[in-house]
Design a protein around this ligand. Structure first.
Ligand SMILES: CC(C)(COP(=O)(O)OP(=O)(O)OC[C@H]1O[C@@H](n2cnc3c(N)ncnc32)[C@H](O)[C@@H]1OP(=O)(O)O)[C@@H](O)C(=O)NCCC(=O)NCCS
Length: 176
C-alpha cells in the first residue's frame, strides 16, 4: 500500500464518535442520502446500525431481505479521520439487479483529493478476495465525479436504465 493511502476499516464500537461526526458532516452539507452507508443515514443509533451491518457480513446472520454485505469506513492514517464510506454486496437480488454491488461516499470537505478513487480500488481487491468474479456498479450519468472514479478504476460501460426519473449507467469490473 502506498504511503498516505486511506485504509478501509470495518465499523466497530470505538468508532462511534467519529462515525457520528462523519454522518453529521454529510447532513450539514445538505446530503440526506449517504451512498454506500447501509442505511447509516436512516438508522439514528450507531449501536443499532453497527449490529445490523455486523450481522449482514455473514450468511448465517444476514437479514433475510438483504444480501451478505461488507461495510467499510475509509480512514486516513495520519489523523484517523473518517473520510468516506463504501459497501460491498456479495450478490445481487431483484432489488439490486440494476443498482449493483457497491456504493460509496466521500466526506464533503474531503472530496477531489483522490479518496473516492482509492476507496473503489481497494474495494475491488476486497471483492476479488471474497471470490467475486465480476463487480457491477451503477451511476447516474450526470454524476461526473463518480463516473470518473469508476473510469479511473477501469470500469467498462455495460448498459443503461432509468432510476427515479434519471438516466443511470451500469459499469462492470472483471476481477479474475
Ligand atoms: C463521487 C465521490 C465519491 C467522488 O469522491 P472524490 O474523493 O471526490 O473522488 P476523487 O478525488 O477520486 O475524484 C475522481 C475524479 O473526479 C473528479 N471530480 C471530483 N469531484 C468532481 C466534481 N464535483 N465535478 C467534476 N469532477 C469531479 C476529480 O477531479 C477526479 O478527476 P480525475 O480522475 O480526472 O483526476 C464524491 O463526489 C461523493 O461522495 N459524492 C456524493 C455521493 C455519490 O455520488 N456517490 C456515488 C454514487 S454512485
Amino acid at each position: 500500500m502506498k504511503k498516505d493511502e486511506i485504509v478501509l476499516k470495518r465499523p466497530v464500537s470505538a468508532m462511534k464518535e467519529s462515525a457520528l461526526a462523519y454522518r453529521k458532516a454529510h447532513f450539514e452539507s445538505g446530503e440526506k442520502t449517504i451512498y454506500g452507508s447501509e442505511l447509516f443515514d436512516q438508522i439514528e443509533s450507531y449501536d443499532e446500525w453497527l449490529k445490523a451491518v455486523t450481522r449482514n457480513t455473514k450468511p448465517e446472520t444476514v437479514d433475510p431481505n438483504w444480501v451478505v454485505t461488507d461495510t467499510f469506513f475509509a480512514v486516513r492514517p495520519g489523523d484517523q479521520e473518517i473520510v468516506g464510506i463504501i459497501d460491498l454486496r456479495h450478490s445481487l437480488n431483484g432489488f439490486l439487479k440494476d443498482l449493483g454491488h457497491c456504493g460509496y461516499s466521500v466526506r464533503p470537505s474531503e472530496r477531489r483529493k483522490g479518496y473516492g478513487t482509492q476507496m473503489l480500488r481497494q474495494l475491488l481487491d476486497v471483492a476479488k478476495e471474497a471470490g467475486l468474479q465480476k463487480l457491477q456498479l451503477s451511476v447516474e450519468r450526470d454524476n461526473t465525479a463518480s463516473v470518473r472514479v469508476i473510469q479511473n478504476n477501469g470500469g467498462v460501460y455495460e448498459r443503461s436504465f432509468s432510476f427515479e426519473g434519471k438516466e443511470a449507467d451500469v459499469y462492470g469490473f472483471l476481477l479474475k
